[in-house]
Ligand binder design. Structure first.
Ligand SMILES: Cc1cc2nc3c(=O)[nH]c(=O)nc-3n(C[C@H](O)[C@H](O)[C@H](O)COP(=O)(O)O)c2cc1C
Length: 383
């Protein structure tokens, strides 16, 4: 295929894969698309290891790295809070509520030899720097730039000026997610090279405008800057639709979560395979900002109007980090409270994720269906 995005990166097909799993990054890049490693929950040491591994796997083919520095978070006013100061902002009522959920669902404590806690299902919350902050992202950015990702992406706001300067200095391309045309315009003014127009169907942090409406709005607003369509795209017909709307390629996140390579929690993977497209919800219960995820007892608990509302970012992820670690550890026991609570980010496309395939097969199937779709549309015109 030949689009602005295949030309930009020298790839065969304009399919970009957002994933936290290095095996998926390598598999999609090797299949002719481009994997982008979500590094927000990586420790600097783990990122170093994963990027070296990816580069050994993919040879000269390109890959990307994704960080999250939100435009607004507690401490983004330059207050420079320590983790201890941030913890003190968490109300006792919220701490008690999390304890209450764990008690009612009989979630056992972590054993003493496994005290690692994780806000995002991987890596860990550092005791030193707040998650989702520039302080956390800066060392990760420098490690990324010491390797050779072709693309660095930021989510939840325009990349901060320091990130833009460093990425440009190193001659890499910069991408950013946008859920509104105004956000995309702001990114382009800041110097972003590639916009990911992510509609409300998407897994993870997402806005309220659907992909069908969002893509053409953003394409028109930022032309000639190339746009990738995202949110609810997992097969060739959806890829063809995104490209008919003006996107130069697609950016998929959820569809990799049930692949053979994915490191998704096995219990959650089974829930994803069984779920319908109605089984997700936008909830602030994991990160403090609205993020689409599987609806389970966990999201129901936080949706109850009689209980405390989730805190903002990064207070909510700090508040629940240990609870999530406890739930995920205990969720393997069938019928347990932890099994009922466990969930993860996923988009509405979960309803079509009904079998486990390799990541390469997902790419090949998407391309086959894309070709069939474009041919069939052309045929309709001939008739
Ligand atoms: C499990 C999961 C975690 C995500 N985490 C991030 C992230 O850390 N950074 C980011 O830019 N986008 C993140 N996203 C959003 C994806 O980059 C992508 O835009 C989205 O998944 C596209 O919609 P889809 O889920 O329908 O494919 C995440 C998505 C999922 C499913």
């Amino acid at each position: 295929m030949k689009t602005a995005v295949t030309e930009m990166f020298g790839i065969d097909v304009p399919i970009l894969a957002f994933t936290h799993c290095r095996d998926v990054v390598a598999a999609v890049t090797k299949a002719g698309g481009m994997g982008v490693l979500g590094a927000v929950a990586h420790s600097p040491e783990q990122l170093e290891i994963d990027l070296a591994w990816i580069e050994a796997e993919v040879g000269n083919r390109p890959y990307g790295v994704d960080l999250i520095v939100p435009a607004k978070y507690a401490g983004s006013d330059g207050g420079g809070y320590t983790m201890e100061q941030i913890r003190q902002l968490i109300p006792a009522e919220h701490v008690a509520y999390v304890e209450d959920i764990l008690r009612r669902y009989e979630v056992p404590p972590l054993p003493d030899d496994d005290r690692r806690v994780s806000a995002l299902g991987r890596g860990g919350v550092s005791e030193m720097v707040a998650p989702f902050s520039e302080g956390q992202a800066d060392p990760l950015l420098e490690i990324a730039l010491a390797h050779r990702p072709a693309l660095v992406v930021n989510a939840l706001g325009p990349p901060p000026p320091h990130m833009i300067d460093r990425v440009k200095q190193e001659g890499r391309l910069l991408g950013a997610l946008a859920g509104k045309a105004q956000h995309a315009e702001r990114h382009v003014l800041a110097g972003v090279d590639l916009i990911i127009a992510q509609g409300a169907e998407a897994g993870g942090h997402t806005g309220e405008v659907g992909t069908m409406v969002l893509i053409p709005e953003i394409v028109d607003a930022v032309s000639p800057v190339p746009v990738l369509g995202a949110g609810g795209i997992g097969r060739g017909r959806q890829m063809a639709a995104a490209m008919a709307l003006g996107a130069q390629g697609v950016w998929c996140g959820s569809v990799w979560l049930t692949t053979e390579e994915a490191e998704t929690h096995p219990v959650v993977k089974q829930k994803f395979l069984a779920a319908t497209s109605s089984d997700t919800v936008r909830s602030r219960s994991r990160t403090g900002k609205p993020a689409r995820q599987l609806r389970t007892a966990w999201t129901d608990e936080w949706d109850d109007p009689l209980t405390p509302q989730p805190l903002g970012m990064p207070l909510q992820p700090i508040l629940i980090a240990e609870a999530i670690a406890r739930i995920d550890r205990a969720a393997y026991k069938p019928g347990s409270g932890a099994e009922k609570l466990t969930n993860y980010f996923v988009g509405q496309i979960v309803g079509s994720m009904n079998e486990t395939k390799t990541s390469a097969q997902v790419v090949f199937d998407m391309i086959d269906e894309f070709i069939e779709t474009v041919a069939s549309l052309a045929h309709q015109l001939d008739d």
